[in-house]
Design a protein around this ligand. Structure first.
Ligand SMILES: C[S@@+](CC[C@H](N)C(=O)[O-])C[C@H]1O[C@@H](n2cnc3c(N)ncnc32)[C@H](O)[C@@H]1O
Length: 235
């Protein structure tokens, strides 16, 4: 696995918080009513713990298995969990990839936000099979993808801006096709003081493009599209 997130983990929450208000509410509405007695809720690619927190608040009886391979992202996740008396006894943080993680025999639900495009088709199929085998009928696998379902050029756009103390932070994103089912996203993070750029960090991510229906095809799961980014798979 390529760790795309280590170079930019410091920026993740900084610019994310502006974008999460709506997506957190949607995630919460999709999870509401989910049974939690079958096993933990898997938060795969938990990052800094944004979805972990939504799961915990929405499903107050759930235990959560938060799997995150990137060490700096996991550092923020661990900090978020340990400082919160509610999260601390309920969230287990595991350092692993989707491909290598060990799973308990039973899960109550799975949340996979911003992760599946890093896995190729065979890896996605194997993963969904492993998760589905552990879920009770009707339990959701909630999936957040990028809204782009087929490779295309995306012109540079500023996706977030945040001010912290005397500095501004900006995130820019552009994309180009790099294969029949894959895009290369270029992200630039800038730290500015006034008009002076103090630091710039560039990263590229390769991401498979597909939609929620493509994920369901041939798995026996039913897909429900909630928004262009968010969907649910159910058996
Ligand atoms: C866009 S972030 C999403 C983080 C979090 N789920 C959220 O919604 O804020 C993608 C996360 O997936 C993780 N990731 C990337 N490849 C992965 C893999 N093969 N297995 C598990 N996690 C992976 C990254 O380290 C990163 O933390």
């Amino acid at each position: 696995m390529i760790d795309y997130y280590s170079p930019t983990a410091e920026f993740y929450d900084l610019v994310g918080v502006q974008r999460w208000t709506q997506s957190d509410a949607l995630l919460a509405s999709v999870l509401t009513g989910t049974g939690t007695g079958h096993g933990p809720v898997l938060d795969l690619g938990a990052g800094t713990g944004r979805a972990t927190e939504v799961i915990a608040r929405t499903l107050p009886d759930a235990r959560i298995l938060a799997v995150e391979p990137s060490s700096p992202m996991r550092a923020v996740l661990t900090s978020r969990v340990v400082r919160d008396e509610d999260l601390r006894p309920r969230v287990t943080v595991v350092a692993a990839t989707a491909q290598e993680m060990e799973l308990p025999d039973r899960l109550s639900a799975a949340v996979i936000c911003g992760v599946l495009g890093y896995l190729d088709r065979a890896e996605r199929t194997a993963l969904l099979g492993r998760i589905t085998d552990r879920l009770p009928t009707g339990a959701p696998i909630v999936v957040e993808l990028m809204a782009v379902r087929a490779p295309q050029s995306v012109a540079p756009m500023r996706i977030a801006r945040q001010t912290l103390g005397e500095q501004d932070y900006e995130a820019w994103l552009s994309g180009e096709p790099c294969g029949p089912e894959q895009m290369r996203w270029s992200a630039t993070w800038r730290v500015l003081r006034g008009s002076r750029v103090l630091r710039e960090v560039d990263v590229t991510h390769e991401w498979y493009t597909f939609g929620i229906e493509d994920l369901a095809a041939g798995t026996g799961l039913t897909a429900k599209q909630i928004t262009p980014e968010l969907g649910v798979l159910v058996r």
